[in-house]
Design a protein around this ligand. Structure first.
Ligand code: AHR
Length: 505
């Protein structure tokens, strides 16, 4: 049996884990909002029309900040359409997703929903078809306590207290030719810098995210980051990363998607730090990985895309990927990669949350359920708190078509000193069989000897098993035996699996 070995070393600190790393994303896209979080008339809807079963699942998932309202949608969005009496709000075309937007859920309703689920708002600005002036107006509407026309308009619309939005995205994927208002790096960098500068005149403590590349495979990748940051470095706090992965038939490479994400993060850090050095700046720009997930994008591009000048459906079924066991294993490995960069990835958004490439699915008038990807996220968000630790994994390798030789096992650990918990996360990418993992605890402090050990695994002999409307609990986490042998733990990681090992009081 292949083997892997890692060492739990409290002193091998990567960095503090910012809770915002467990963020997510709701876009006005498909059935994320309408027939997703919001379905008036559903037996479980509250007085405002929000599904309470979905609220409970979002709480269970444990998401911190939620990015809103897009995505590509935001680049054609007029925020004014989404406030005021719902019956007076205009219905608009959504060019990004070739749909009709009724604006029945807007800024106020979404903020109320966030208060119910206990998450923070991360608000995206339209820098596609709009500019600095409209961004400032939204900022004043949202964050000024009272006394101006815009603040008073918010109050008249039912919200006395300011929304106090701390994190703002300066547009979305502005490097992408598909984006409304797509610009060159130079043009976008100037617009982002001008907008950020103006926003910080209102409140210098705002946290602003400038758009990085929409993927590391864009032809402009890295040069885009360099040029944009050379304009905006002094006035922004984060640069965004977006990455989606799909199994195109080469399972070995798909399972190694974390290698790609890792290289992507390292490249963006290198580029940001190069700009820092050139400018002689003492400030460090961190990463907001504000779109990451498994997404069968080729299926969308080739089959599901909506077209036709007379065809603008409301809340169509779009991007409703059904996630398998192997998808969830890769998904869990992406969380491991994010944690391995906890020092610089200080915000991240699982894209997305409900129905649209989502861990939570709903049926109109019917039930809601957890996709396979729900489980690694909920477990990691619940237990991987405090600081991230480098575990110096030594592992057998396997050959991949895309990345060459890759370790069979990738892993990270965390330590939450507030509750005394250590957590280890490990992915076994072996397609041939189990891998024997040993965990060296010898450098843990003496008091760790009394900690209880447990492990849960996501794996299945059927790698295509999934949770569906007809079989919503087909895939769950299972208990995995752990042998404690003095200061060593021994765990047999099943083929293609994601595992959480906990040591806790
Ligand atoms: O998450 C789906 C889409 O992916 C977003 O709207 C866009 O930003 C990205 O291309």
């Amino acid at each position: 049996m292949p083997t892997a070995h890692l060492t739990l070393r409290p002193q091998a600190l990567i960095g503090a884990i910012n809770p915002r790393i467990y963020g997510s994303f709701i876009e006005h896209l498909g059935r994320a909002v309408y027939d997703g979080i919001y379905e008036p008339g559903h037996p479980l809807a509250d007085a405002a029309g929000f599904r309470t079963d979905v609220i409970e699942l979002v709480k269970e998932l444990g998401v911190s900040a939620i990015r809103y309202p897009g995505g590509n949608f935001v680049s054609g969005f007029k925020w004014e359409d989404s406030v005021g009496p719902a019956s007076e709000r205009p219905t608009r075309l959504d060019l990004a997703w070739h749909s009709t937007e009724t604006n029945q859920v807007g800024l106020h309703e979404f903020h109320d929903w966030l208060e119910r689920v206990g998450s923070e708002l991360m608000l995206a600005l339209n820098l596609g078809t709009r500019g600095t002036a409209e961004a400032l107006e939204l900022l004043e509407y949202a964050n000024l306590d009272a006394g101006t026309a815009l603040a008073e308009r918010r109050i008249a619309n039912g919200r006395t207290e300011p929304l106090d939005v701390r994190m703002w995205c300066l547009g979305n994927e502005m490097d992408g030719p598909w984006q409304l208002g797509h610009r060159s790096a130079d043009d976008y960098g100037k617009l982002a810098a001008q907008t950020a500068h103006a926003m910080k005149q209102f409140d210098p403590d705002l946290e602003l995210v400038v758009c990085g590349s929409s993927s590391s495979s864009m032809p402009t990748f890295a040069e885009w980051e360099r040029v944009v940051l050379s304009h905006a470095y002094d006035v922004v706090d984060y640069i965004s990363c977006h990455a989606y992965y799909e199994n195109t038939g080469d399972l070995g490479s798909f399972l190694a998607s974390g290698v790609d994400m890792d290289r992507f993060i390292r490249s963006v850090i290198a580029t940001a730090d190069q700009v820092k050095a050139v400018r002689g700046s003492t400030k460090t720009i961190n990463i907001s990985f504000d779109e990451w997930n498994i997404w069968y994008n080729t299926r969308f591009e080739n089959v599901d895309k909506i077209q036709g000048v007379r065809n603008w459906p409301k809340a169509p079924r779009l991007l409703e990927d059904v996630y398998t066991v192997s998808d969830a294993v890769v998904f869990g490995s992406l969380l491991i990669t994010l944690l391995k960069h906890a020092d610089r990835v200080t915000s991240a958004s699982l894209a997305q949350l409900v129905n649209v490439i989502a861990p939570i699915m709903t049926e109109p008038g019917g039930p809601s359920w957890r996709q396979t990807t729900f489980f690694p996220f909920a477990a990691t968000s619940a237990h991987a708190r405090g600081v991230a630790l480098d575990v110096a994994t030594v592992s057998d390798t396997y050959g991949t078509g895309r990345f060459g030789d890759v370790p069979l096992v990738d892993a990270v650990a965390t330590h939450d000193s507030t509750v005394g918990r250590y957590a280890v996360y490990a992915v076994n990418r072996s397609m041939d069989g189990p891998t024997e993992l040993t965990v060296d605890l010898s450098t843990l402090p003496d008091e760790a000897e009394g900690l209880a050990v447990s492990a849960r695994v996501l794996s299945d002999p059927d790698l295509d098993a999934a949770n569906t409307l007809d079989d919503p609990e087909r895939v769950v986490l299972r208990t995995l035996p752990v042998v404690r042998d003095g200061a060593t733990l021994r765990v047999t990681l099943p083929a293609v699996s994601w595992t959480e090992i906990l040591l806790e009081p």
